[in-house]
Write a protein that binds this ligand. Structure first.
Ligand SMILES: NC(=O)c1ccc[n+]([C@@H]2O[C@H](COP(=O)([O-])OP(=O)(O)OC[C@H]3O[C@@H](n4cnc5c(N)ncnc54)[C@H](O)[C@@H]3O)[C@@H](O)[C@H]2O)c1
Length: 257
């Protein structure tokens, strides 16, 4: 397959593991990392979506392996990472949205969002770092935070708390894994058009997108591929001196709150 002509972005011969790869940002990331030359391991709980991602990668001439699993299952994730062999890249992207006001938030809501959005990312980071240290690979770990990590909006307590926790995990692991040559960075996207944001009523969807467009100097909402390119940058040697950082691909939106 023809890959990039820019050597720093070339992932030929490298192995990348992508969680949340059955949809949206995860699928776009798996496809782009494969286009850059990586062998991609796609993990998600959605088996049908995984097959579609693998077919997309194959149509591009790349190689994708699929792992149907729940990222909250530490043992399943460990087994999949181990089966992938020495990892060069981990993109921990799987996540869920949850909305409830502070007063309506139940223990089970908080537990589930924390389990997927924080523990799932923690397990992915741990398994990736163990693989990289054991094989002596100076790899790159990319986590998925959100602009919600440091803004407040009604109903988003659980989600935003988990994304702030992902940032803290990212920075802490960067300090601990750096001496092994492992880089750890987070991406905090703004509003990106994916199945996660498409679940609104059409009128509410249009209103939300129009607000984003109004607040963005670039005058558009983001697409999954915009975030995939940010992941490629952090996964590749192009960002060799970057670690412990939060990249904010958000169209320049300054949240009004
Ligand atoms: N879309 C946005 O506007 C936006 C903005 C900021 C951050 N993000 C973050 O980006 C990431 C991807 O979001 P997206 O917009 O592509 O959403 P999406 O719903 O299209 O994709 C999420 C994927 O994660 C998978 N997943 C969810 N829970 C899982 C679990 N327990 N185990 C395994 N797989 C699981 C889903 O099956 C799905 O394939 C999420 O972490 C999200 O919080 C999205």
């Amino acid at each position: 397959m023809t890959t990039t002509t820019l050597p720093a972005y070339d992932l030929t011969g490298r192995t990348a593991f992508v969680t949340g790869a059955a949809s949206g940002i995860g699928r776009a990331t798996a496809a782009l990392l494969a286009r850059a030359g990586a062998t991609v391991h796609c993990a998600d709980r959605d088996e049908d979506g995984l097959k579609e991602t693998a077919a997309l990668v194959a149509r591009q001439g790349g190689t994708a392996h699929t792992h149907a699993l729940d990222v909250t299952d530490r043992l399943a994730l460990a087994a999949a990472v181990s089966a992938a062999g020495p990892l060069h890249v981990m993109a921990a992207i799987a996540g869920i949205m949850h909305t409830s006001t502070v007063l309506e938030t139940r223990d089970e809501d908080l537990d589930r969002v924390l389990a997927v959005n924080f523990k799932g990312v923690l397990y992915a980071c741990q398994e990736a770092a163990r693989s990289m240290i054991a094989s002596g690979v100076p790899g790159s770990i990319v986590t998925m935070a959100s602009g919600a990590m440091d803004t407040a909006s009604p109903g988003l307590l659980c989600y935003s708390v988990t994304k702030a926790a992902v940032v803290q995990l990212t920075k802490t692991l960067a300090t601990e894994a750096g001496p092994h040559g492992i880089r750890v960075n987070a991406i905090a996207p703004g509003w990106i058009r994916t199945p996660m944001t498409d679940r609104h009523e059409p009128a509410a969807q249009q209103q939300a997108e129009a607000a984003m467009v109004r607040h963005s100097p670039l005058g558009r909402v983001g697409e999954a591929e915009d975030i995939a390119h940010a992941v490629l940058h952090l996964a590749s040697d192009a960002s060799a001196f970057t670690t412990g950082q939060i990249l904010r691909p958000n169209g320049g939106v300054a949240m009004p709150w």
